[in-house]
Design a protein around this ligand. Sequence first.
Ligand code: FPP
Length: 249
Amino acid sequence: MGLFARKKRPAVPVDRAVPRHIAVIMDGNGRWARKRGLPRQAGHKVGAETFRTIATYCKDIGVQYFTVYAFSTENWKRPKEEVDALMGLFRTYLKEAAETMFQRGVAVRVLGDLTPLPADIRALIREVDEIADRLGPDAATASLCINYGGRDEIKNAVRAIALEVQRGALAPEDITEDTIGARLYTAHMPDPDLIIRPSGEIRTSNFLLWQSAYAEYYFTDVLWPDFKTRDMDAAIDAYNKRNRRFGGV
Ligand code: FPP
């Protein structure tokens, strides 16, 4: 299957507002595999297919930004074969992206500290980034957070700001929330409106800590490999019933 799933396109509900930016913590792959007596990697493989299907669906219904947590700064602690399998899935996906994203009009981005990734994956990310740049800021964007940690991201932003202050390029009193936001991996995208966590876990796990300040959360027991477009519809319907006040009344 290509970058975005092509078969069995579900009917797109009309007349429905959709969040501009949806983010997902793709959780439950390991449990999905264990229930079937399969290695954890099998769950990640199906999880990657789910990502393709849901990313395609989000684009079709008009969601401009779709961001997923694919590998955290803590995931290196997992067994080597699991880490290798995940890197293999990223490699395959990025190759597909480089070949098809221009024709499909979707900008694929990778967010995170990319320095410890294998050199060939970093080269693929650079390639995909250049294509995304050519697609321009109005293209629908699918972002994979790889070696991403919210605290790590904020620490890196603070370090960059400290260096600018040290050089005399920035005065401490000029540091605003925007100064920090502009130094995060998400600098060029709006904050997520809706963050979905499947698999029954109810925590944020270091995902988009700064950006989630006013996000609506949606939790479901469905394991990520089982997550279907109808589950995305349920999350969006729940979101549309929320009253977002952003601290006002
Ligand atoms: C958490 O579930 C999931 C991950 C650490 C990896 C998520 C990655 C993918 C779905 C593959 C993405 C690939 C592409 C190409 C987008 P878990 O393994 O912790 O599950 P568990 O809590 O049930 O053990």
